[in-house]
Write a protein that binds this ligand. Structure first.
Ligand code: ZN
Length: 340
């Protein structure tokens, strides 16, 4: 039972018997089979030196972590068996031929078995582990979603952000500092307010989103992962996110080696939680001798950098105010109302 299996429907075919029919030697690890990448040589000119390719045994979604080859079971069969279809000069994989071939090898899963898998009850108390290979069931975010968020494909690649396309959710991976091991991911709706951590007990306070992008000369710290991508696009790589309005001591410790820490929490002039996070950073800056600066929202009524234009973000960073000024570094306007 894995936490993400319900997101995509089970494949219509038994993946293990399909692999056997395709002559692929594999090893089962958890919910996946692992093998030498079957398309590596065709795509890169070299054969896969060690098994880099994973296929999910329930969904049939697969991914090579070396060459990036990925997709579903039908595409895999079409690629390996060279089933192609020519439509007015455009060559595409022939998925129908792949389906027919899979049926001919007797790998189709009876519909009743399929239904049982889809509606099987899972024990909510069971702690589910998220493994790197689980990310293979997700895709790259579609252009329409990038456009709505004003985010570039380059920023998506830098932060390893993915997409769950059944319900249009962003997949925001969280990794362990220094070693990069996947801790889990946050799933955030684009068209809905859906939000969930995988696994449920994900310890987001033990790391920072984008920790692998952390620099030594400066860091920009935001609350929401997608704001890191907006800041990246405004010309400042290396932003990290706390993944919530609370800053943990562990997260602060990760920033100790950074020369200049610019915090861009939600606008402290209109958001009480953002104001509180700024206050906390003020206390941490003293305790850990951090060189903290506060992103300058000026008179803007925008809630966070994610809502701002590139120019506004750049201005806010370039005019960030030092913690030496105390609360005046981040509280503007009606100071009395907010500073107590
Ligand atoms: Zn490969």
């Amino acid at each position: 039972v894995i936490g993400v299996a319900f997101l995509t429907e089970p494949a219509l075919f038994n993946i293990e018997s399909a692999l056997q029919s395709l002559g692929i030697e594999y090893e089962v690890t958890g919910d996946n089979a692992r093998a030498i990448c079957p398309m590596h040589e065709a795509l890169t000119g070299k054969s896969d030196s060690h098994p880099s390719w994973f296929i999910h045994l329930e969904t049939g979604q697969h991914h090579c972590f070396s060459c990036g080859y990925r997709g579903g079971i039908l595409g895999l069969v079409a690629d390996i068996k060279n089933f192609k279809i020519d439509t007015w000069g455009v060559i595409d994989p022939d998925y129908e031929a792949a389906k027919r071939w899979l049926r001919s090898t007797g790998t189709e899963v009876p519909i009743e078995v399929l239904k049982n898998k889809l509606f099987k009850k899972t024990d909510a108390k069971e702690e589910v582990k998220v493994e790197e290979s689980h990310l293979a069931i997700f895709t790259d975010p579609p252009n329409w979603a990038l456009k709505q968020r004003n985010i570039s494909a380059r920023a998506v690649v830098a932060y390893g952000v993915l997409w769950e396309n059944k319900h249009d959710n962003w997949i925001l991976p969280l990794r362990k500092p220094y070693i990069g091991k996947l801790l889990g991911y946050q799933m955030k709706g684009q068209r809905s307010r859906f939000f969930r951590n995988y696994p449920a007990g994900l310890k987001k306070s033990s790391t920072l989103f984008g920790v692998h992008e952390l620099r030594e000369d400066y860091a920009i710290v935001v609350e929401s992962p997608l704001d890191c991508l907006r800041i990246y696009d405004s010309g400042f790589p290396g932003a990290v996110a706390t993944c919530g309005a609370l800053v943990s001591e562990e997260q602060v410790k990760l920033l100790r080696s950074v020369e200049k820490v610019i915090v861009a929490f939600d606008n402290p002039n209109i958001d009480a939680a953002g104001k509180k996070a700024c206050d906390e950073m003020l206390a941490y800056s003293l305790r850990y001798d951090l060189n903290v600066y506060y992103f300058n929202y000026g008179t803007s009524d925008k809630k966070d950098p994610g809502d701002m234009t590139d120019e506004e973000i750049r201005w806010g960073i370039e005019n960030a105010k030092s913690v030496i000024q105390g609360k005046a570094a981040y509280v503007y306007g009606n100071v009395k109302a907010l500073s107590n």
